[in-house]
Ligand binder design. Structure first.
Ligand code: NG6
Ligand code: CA
Length: 507
């Protein structure tokens, strides 16, 4: 589209009008945390309603066969922002809150691409890809020497990792937001600080949520909830879990407002519905599934806040929204929030087996909605096979961007499919489970590589899908992955093994 402007001067007015009409839109990549395929009412949930997400789906394309790159957060997000499979890179597994920056400044990121194309860029919400030059060495009381500004984000307001990991503060443009000089911050994932209570030793201080037995999550206490890791100080900067969604939504809306006159890209990541689930009071008691259901409602509310702001600022038609989740769902992920007890007939992973962490589809089959009014067909449901890995090059093609050599090596252009203009499937998707077991799915057959990992993911009760023998499922007839056909169809196993090896050998 940019190229239009470079054509001959005499045609300029007409072309300008055309360029204006076809102007590349603002882009919001909205990523939920641990939200399952079956957690939204437009994907079949009926014990929780998500009217704002449903509305977005009604205006755009809802995909039924979309995949995150990995079944946990850090690798999934790494791939979204770099266009590279996380399993190619060491150090991309679930990051601690004091991890150093995993994506290094020399990497040309999705945010860099938007910035090079004249966009103002932001990351708001959950980050979980490390901060500062080196792990465990950050001084949280000063500007961090390396932060999101170094990888293409003009503005950032983020949680370093997850709400269940210290430090429990927001970081705005590389320094602690609302920093409280009277309460210097110290963080350690090794040892507690003298005299600081922990969930393990002081359960009487856990007035908001208690950890599930044996999961960990019983170290430093912040806001009556114990976490993974130790921290001291923070004072007024410490978050209150019940306000996290409000803070994220407010910063996201402020960014949109500020940039309403120029193109913007926002990577907007909710804390919902990750643990600890402790939504705002206004959602409490509103869902039969308790805190997890209420967290889904809160996620939907966040989506509503964004849609409302766009409408108020008359940006709806010129904003492309991609809504998805980083990985599949989990019920008990470390806190006694009664998610298991209250789930009832709700199926967080929809028809799929397993969930977060799994090699089974429940690990990476995610909700995926693309909406750009006037461009995406209204209410289309697409069964095309798509993967997060393609966001980089597909969005690059939307912008007419030229990418530096070697950028986004695994990403391909499926823009027309993402916009619902055609139904061309990606020829295959590669899925990464928590223990790095890889699977490859070609739209019909799925092959899971052998793994000696545990059959259940920690204490979550989730089936990992790991088996020491090869597994082959026909997802066209058996999307619940019940019948292993590896022995019956050795040729299919060999073909998919070959395809996966080819992908692995690239570079
Ligand atoms: C796991 C945590 C889990 C969650 C997950 C990260 C334990 C036993 N479990 O290690 O609670 O924090 O990491 O989730 O520590 S993710 O969605 O950010 O990948
Ligand atoms: Ca996650």
């Amino acid at each position: 589209m940019k190229k239009l402007l470079a054509t001959s001067i005499c045609a300029l007015p007409a072309l300008m009008a055309m360029a204006d009409e076809k102007k590349a839109p603002n882009v919001i990549l909205l990523v939920a945390d641990d939200l399952g395929y079956g957690d939204l009412s437009c994907y079949g949930a009926d014990r929780v309603l998500t009217p704002n997400v449903d509305n977005l789906a009604a205006q755009g394309v809802r995909f039924t066969n979309a995949h995150a790159v990995a079944a946990t957060s850090t690798p999934s997000r790494y791939s979204l922002l770099t266009g590279e499979y996380a399993w190619r890179r060491n150090g991309t597994d679930i990051a601690r809150g004091d991890a150093g920056m995993i994506i290094r400044p020399e990497c040309y990121t999705l945010a860099d691409m938007f910035k090079s194309e004249g966009y103002t860029t932001a990351a708001v919400g959950k980050w979980h890809l490390g901060l500062g030059d080196k792990g465990a060495e950050q001084d949280w009381n000063a500007p961090l020497p390396m932060a999101l500004g170094d990888i293409g984000f003009d503005y950032s307001y983020i949680m370093a990792a997850t709400a269940d990991r210290v430090p429990c503060v927001f970081i705005e443009n590389g320094r602690v937001a609302n920093y409280d000089p009277s309460a210097p911050i110290e963080v350690s994932y090794m040892t507690n600080f003298d005299g600081e209570p922990t969930g393990k030793d002081n359960p009487e201080l856990l007035y908001n949520l208690k950890p599930s037995p044996n999961h960990g999550h019983d170290q430093s206490i912040v806001n009556g909830i114990s976490r993974i890791g130790y921290m001291k100080g923070g004072g007024k900067a410490l978050w209150k879990d019940e306000n996290i969604a409000d803070s994220i939504a407010a910063k996201a809306v402020a960014f949109i407002e500020k940039n309403r006159k120029n193109p913007f890209f926002m990577y907007l990541c909710t804390n919902d519905v990750h643990v600890p689930r402790f939504p705002h009071e206004r959602f409490r008691g509103k869902n039969p599934m308790g805190l997890r259901g209420e967290a889904i409602m809160q996620f939907d509310w966040t989506v509503g806040q964004i849609l409302k702001a766009l409408k108020r600022l008359k940006l709806t038609d010129n904003t492309l929204i991609i809504l998805t989740s980083d990985n599949g769902p989990v019920l008990d992920d470390g806190y006694m929030d009664r998610a298991v007890e209250l789930v009832g007939s709700h199926t967080p992973a929809g028809p799929f087996r397993g969930g977060k962490y799994s090699a089974f589809e429940g690990g990476t089959a995610v909700p995926f909605i693309v909406c750009w009014p006037g461009h995406t067909p209204k209410g289309k449901v697409s069964d095309a096979l798509v993967s997060h890995i393609d966001d980089f090059v597909s969005l690059g093609s939307l912008l007419g961007a030229t990418l530096p050599k070697g950028t986004a090596p695994d990403s391909r252009n499926f823009l027309a499919t993402w916009l619902g203009q055609e139904d061309t499937s990606r020829p295959f998707v590669v899925e990464q489970a928590a223990d790095h077991t890889l699977s490859i799915f070609d739209g019909e057959w799925k092959y899971i590589t052998p793994s000696n990992g545990s059959k259940v993911a920690w204490l979550t009760g989730i089936e990992t899908g790991y088996l020491p023998a090869p597994q082959l499922y026909n997802l066209k007839t058996d999307n619940g992955e019940r019948k292993n056909q590896a022995e019956a169809y050795p040729d299919e196993v060999r073909r998919l093994q070959g395809l996966l090896n080819k992908v692995k050998e690239k570079d």
